[in-house]
Structures are given as C-alpha cells and as structure tokens.
Write a protein that binds this ligand. Structure first.
Ligand code: CTP
Length: 399
C-alpha cells in the first residue's frame, strides 16, 4: 500500500521511525512529511534513511518538485503519527498553514491518526471537541494509550506502540471511522435516540445526588451513529464533555426530565440508553437550603424510585425497532446483564464491569449480550467501543 506518514511535533516522533521500518518490512511503500515541530524531535536524514526517499516539509520550497496536490493524490492511506494537539486542531478546522495540513485537506485518502501529547492537553475539551469532529468525519484513531509520559506524569496521551499502529492500520477499514464493516451512509434516514451522562437528583436548591458518569461513552455513541448517517438526538445529563458535532443535544438534569425528553423525541428507530440514570431521587426536595439545626443531628433522606427510562421505552407504544441498554455491574457481569435484558425488555445489553476505573475513565471493556449469546470485546478506548456498537447497529439495519 502507498502510505504517506505525517510526523508532527511530539517527543514520540522517534517511535514513528520504528513504525516506518515495520511498515516497509510489511511491504508498504512509505513517503513522509516532517512538520516544523516534528523536525525538532527527529532529523530529516533519519526519516529519509528509513523511508528510502525524499522527506517533504516545505509547502513553498522549489525543491518540492512533486507539489502538494500531487503529493495529496499519491497515498492510498495517510497516517498522522505522532499527531500533536496542534495538528489535530488544524485538521479539525481545515487550516492549511503548512505542507502537512494542506496535503491533509487536499487528499481523499483515508486518514489514521495516532495522537501523542500530555494527558492534560489530550483531555482538554478543545482537543476532545476536535477529536469528536474528526471521528465524525470518518478519521480513524489509533490510541492514545495510558501510561508513563516523557514528563514525570502518566495518563492518557501516550503514543501507541509502533507494532500496534501497524496492526491498527491493517484492521481499520478505509472510510469506516465509525467501525469496521459499516459504510458511511449505512444509517441514513434513521433516527437514533441516545441517553448519556449522569442525572442529578436535587436534595435542596444547592445539593444533589449524582454519580461518576462522565458521558464519554454515550456521547461517543452519538458521534459514531451520526458518522454512519443517522439523525441523532442526544439526551444528556449534566456533563463537561463537549457536545458532539452534527447531533441534536437536549440537556436535562433529573431522571424524570430525561424520560420526558426521550418520549418527546420519539419516534426513533434506535434507542441506546447509555446514561447512568439515578435509580432513586429524594422523595420531597426541600424548597429552601437545609440548615444544620443545633443538636438535631444528621437529616434522614426519604427516597423515591425513579422511572426506568430503558424499560419505559422498551414497552412504549412507539417502541424503537432496536433498543440497547447498558448494564453497569461490579460482579457477575454477564449474568446480571442477561437478567436485565429480560427484565427491561430491550434487544441488547452492553454489559461493563465498573468496579475499576471505567466510570469517568477513557476506556471500557464490554460484553454484548443478546438473546443469541454473549460476545466479549477487548478493553478499548470508549470511542472505539462506540464505533463498534454503531457498526453492529448498522448491520441490524443493513445486513
Ligand atoms: N436505566 C434507565 N433508567 C433508570 C435506570 C437505568 O434508563 N432509571 C438504564 C440505563 O441507562 C442502562 C440500564 O438501564 O441502560 C441499566 O442500568 P443499571 O443502573 O446498570 O441497572 P439498574 O436497572 O439500575 O439495575 P441495578 O441497579 O440492579 O444494577
């Protein structure tokens, strides 16, 4: 395969040299663009030696005899590795400030991105919004992974290992940023309703009961379904992740508001209940801030059962054709999920073990439980889990 590797500014650029070596050994023809930032971490000479050809870097240089448009037409795949936060921002916004960003805008080749940056930069809402935008356009992502960084710090943002990047290149299907096997328009004309995030159940005007859900998984599912052409309504509890691009977002606070918003959004073809809805609310919310009365001790909260949104929509007169629930479990994950499938009347349950760092974390290990059986998926970034779920949903509608 003709592979154009774009190396942008990150200390992880040295690993791209190993990737190029592996890619050539696997029979790929490799050309490279080294950005100004990339050239601060690896030399043109090293990249030239490993690709066995010229290293492109300057949009305006006379020696760039190939020209940016010709260079953009050459590759069958583009791999941006490492992709810095700046590179992702330029890609997301279509900026053409150097040869790399211009070629990315001018090329129709599928793009795989391997980000590498400090965890705070990766998790920043600006970067996450750029990532969501790029995923929505079908750009594939390999990593980042969690682990030690160059700085004495660890977290998500570490460059994927070169061998894994090569494997991702082979696995990812061109143009199917939202999951293998599903074409870009597979869900065109379908309406997908997705719930995401926690709910907040008020105690009094300043206090509430909540949970650790970040909304990352539900928002990623909304993005992935939109990328397959679905019209998506996302009903979200209070979250700090960015609204996905191209999705109608309705914000709610409580479980009862979430149910009302979901019912108002019907009819829908697909319902994915990814929200961590509070099972209980305070029976009588105090209208004024509760005060500490001297000698009165701690208050006792009387709880009432919240409506079950998943069960309500599963049994609704306008039931969506495919209803998918989640099961957050800390033990007997698959067994509880199978019981939930029957109890809630849904078609599939995505079961996950939340005893570790899943809630609020960046990765998820899930089991797809249906009446036909159980599929165990590997631990993956939540966006990749979302892409796979969207691809499976698309298969239901376009077998
Ligand atoms: N759910 C819902 N409305 C609720 C509670 C849960 O729609 N009031 C949905 C969630 O969005 C998820 C599924 O039901 O898709 C499972 O939620 P979970 O909290 O794991 O299970 P519960 O039904 O609360 O059962 P349990 O507390 O026994 O685990």
């Amino acid at each position: 395969m003709k592979l154009l590797v774009i190396i942008s500014g990150s200390v992880a650029a040295f690993k791209t040299l190993m990737f190029i070596r592996l890619a050539r050994a696997a029979g790929h023809e490799v050309r490279a663009i080294l950005t100004e930032g990339g050239a601060r971490f690896v030399t043109r000479e090293a990249v030239a030696a490993l690709t066995g050809g010229p290293v492109h870097h300057d949009l305006w240089a006379a020696e760039e005899s190939i020209g940016h448009i010709r260079l953009a037409r050459w590759p069958e795949r583009i791999v941006v590795a490492p992709a810095s936060a700046n590179m992702l921002a330029r890609m997301a916004h279509g900026l053409t400030t150097d040869l790399a960003s211009t070629v990315l805008l001018a090329s129709r080749a599928p793009v795989l991105v391997a980000p590498a940056m400090n965890p705070a930069m990766w998790e920043h809402p600006a970067t996450q919004a750029n990532v969501a935008m790029l995923r929505g356009r079908g750009v594939g992502f390999a990593g980042p992974i969690e682990g030690a960084m160059a700085e004495p710090e660890s977290g998500a943002g570490r460059f994927i290992e070169p061998a894994d990047l090569l494997a991702a290149l082979t696995e990812a299907r061109p143009g199917a940023g939202a999951g293998a096997g599903a074409g870009a328009g597979a869900l065109a004309g379908r309406h997908a309703l997705v719930t995401s995030g926690p709910t907040h159940e008020p105690i009094d005007p300043v206090r509430y009961i909540a949970n650790r859900s970040s909304g990352r998984q539900g928002h990623a599912i909304a993005t992935a379904l939109a990328a397959l052409g679905a019209r998506v309504t996302l009903v979200s509890g209070p979250v700090s992740v960015a609204d996905p691009a191209g999705v109608r977002v309705q914000r709610v606070e409580t479980a009862r508001e979430m149910l009302a918003a979901c019912e108002a959004a019907l009819p829908a073809d697909i319902f994915v209940a990814a929200a961590a809805v509070a099972d209980w609310r305070v029976a009588a919310e105090a209208t004024q801030k509760m005060k500490k009365e001297p000698g009165a001790g701690a208050p006792v909260l009387n709880m009432a059962l919240n409506p079950d949104i998943l069960a309500s929509l599963s049994r609704h007169a306008a039931r969506p054709r495919l209803v998918v629930g989640f099961a957050a479990e800390t033990e007997q994950v698959v067994g509880h999920a199978q019981a939930k499938l029957a109890r809630k009347g849904c078609d599939w349950v995505i079961a996950n073990d939340v005893s570790g760092d899943v809630m609020g974390g960046l990765e998820n290990r899930v089991h797809l439980v249906t009446a036909q059986g159980v599929e165990d998926w590997p631990r993956l970034p939540k966006e990749e889990v979302a892409s796979r779920i969207a691809a499976r949903i698309a298969k239901e509608f376009c077998p």
